[in-house]
Design a protein around this ligand. Sequence first.
Ligand code: IVH
Length: 729
Amino acid sequence: MNNKEEAKIRIEKLKKEINRYRYAYHALNKSIISDEALDSLKKELSDLEKQYPEFITSDSPTQRVEGKPLKKFKKVEHKVPMLSLNDAFSEKDVSDWHERIKKLLPPSAKIDFYCEHKFDGLAVALEYQEGMLIVGSTRGDGKIGEDITQNLKTIEAIPLRLIDPQDIREGLLKMGLNETAEFFDQNFPHHLEVRGEVLLRKKDFQKINEERKKQGLPPYANPRNVAAGSVRQLDPKITASRNLDFYAYELVTDLGQTTHEQEHLILKILGFKTHAENQRVESLEEIFAIHKKIQEKRNILPYEIDGVVIIVNNNKYFEELGVVGKAPRGAIAYKFSPSEATTRVKDIIIGVGRTGNLTPVAILEPVQIKGVTITRATLHNKEEIKRLGLKIGDTVIVSRAGDVIPQITKVLPQLRVGKEKNFEMPKKCPVCGAFTEQDKGGIIIRCPNKNCPARSQENLYHFVGKGTFDMKGVGPKLVDRLLDEGLIQDASDLFDLEEGDIASLERYGEKSSQNIIAAIQSRKEISFNRFLFALGITHVGEETALVLAKYFQQKLFALTQASKSTEKSKVISSPLSLRVQPFLQKGLDEAISIQDLIKLTSELTPEDFEKIPMIGPVIGKAISDWFRDKKNIAFLKKLEKKGIKLLPLKIAEKQGNLKGLNFVITGVLDSMSREEAKAKIISQGGKVQEAVSSKTNYVVRGRNPGSKYEKAKELGIKIISEKEFLKML
Ligand code: IVH
């Protein structure tokens, strides 16, 4: 949100819209929007209200204190407040939390965690006096809840009396909890409090809804609501008929337990159900793995869960970490990300595919869906935009349900503020400027220009390839898909891709998406010569790129020196011979910026290019032309914006294995082209000669060697095989 005024308007709109859905659901029995999308709107509202608390009004849906004590039930005071949990939605949120708590605990503290299902039910507190259940209550506002003892007593999973103290003691001993057993003996707890979650199994929820359907009643939205409603019935018979379940997760009374894990063991001994799959772990990686595993299994569980609760296992640390607001610092609810959410369309851009089709793509405010960040969604064609009624700036529902590809499924026009803009398909190709044509009754818009750069994906293949940016996992197939989906328009767009963009393509899993994004990002620093080779300048192969890199580098160095003495122009026009000057000089040891490269090439004259030593006038002209083309400069500027850094050749030069050695290559090499071999030799400080002379140190003998081989034998020069050559490299 840009400013306060906008936030205020947005808050009002959100409140109205959320209330409209509530009314439709409760009064009209119409579910217009999914729970997930509604949650997403509520979250946005609550975030905005946190940022601008002055705009909170008492009628805001966020102010609805869930389970505020009703008059019809007696009030129960929670002597130990019933807290809530802060949410985490991503691995980053969890590791940020980890960082925060690490700072608050002694540096030597070994922090382990206990992970459990976050049940989507209703929290209750159970109090036992001399082993008998005397009070069962709802959470209420955390301090005061409602007495629903009679109703809770109908739930079979809740023990009405705890097992005998003697058996508890034995149980503890059996579990190896000797100290707790002793503690229990000496401090027999006359009063004991346990907390946990009341829930309705999915199966029972379905049964209830089928029943309601038969009676012509609207179905309930979710098991949690039914569970909450069921325990707050005035007639316990109704509660009993609902077949509710209960899992314990917290032992409030001190029985000498030192970890949360022990708490669960003790709860079990006392006679409660705790979840069997709870796990103690020691690292963030394990937490992430468990979260993933449970999320995958979520649908086949008998009850609803909406995340994983992660608690600092050591109770002492947990206490020390304390409470902020209503939530303990030592625990977090790592929520599952929904399969749909609301977000806003920032822009609509046009992708030009290999076949020339123009595809509109929505640029979204980043949103997490099914665990990945989504920033774009294809809109397919102009008909789809019309069908959705989409304008730029709209709030939309995006989903990945079933399908992996993010889709805009719905526009929420009620949230418009009047600044939204209509979108028109362009009359001209955004890449080459050619007038577009219509196909298939006007649905498909195409760029007819066969030479449109967007369509020549060859350059892109080259850019990502081995000798250039070497992006592992990015090959022609993926490049094609990305172009077709409008996810990239040129090579520079690769650096903007997010995991979600790749994961949204068929056949790319989360893991491979992660690897691909990591591979792309790791290439933001690239050696200068590889970079120049990657640009695809006509005639500039690996070797020429290397020579060119050295030439530019030297010029740049001269420029830096000159700018110090303000005699820049003089230096530029005085050609420096690569042969006499050492390539790398002190002062040019930092990364070269693309901006400097643009500046340098703009100041060099065509004659300068044509006179570049060891390159010659023809190639020199091609290079000059390339750097004089506005489109290419725009491309370079885009790359600069993505943070691409060019590494000077210093390292290779200094540490070059082949420094001072002269090579001659003869015959065909199997592992690389001759051009590549030359580039490798030069990059490691060696020189390549065209003819064998007494100054030659090595002759590399490939298959079918020619006369150079004979000459070398004659002169007694060391001849090496390709294998030996590779070893030297
Ligand atoms: S521990 C210190 N464990 O989440 C807070 N809570 O937002 C103790 N919940 O109202 C909570 N499953 O109803 C804990 N395994 C679990 C849970 C769980 C669900 C609920 C609980 C609470 C809410 C917190």
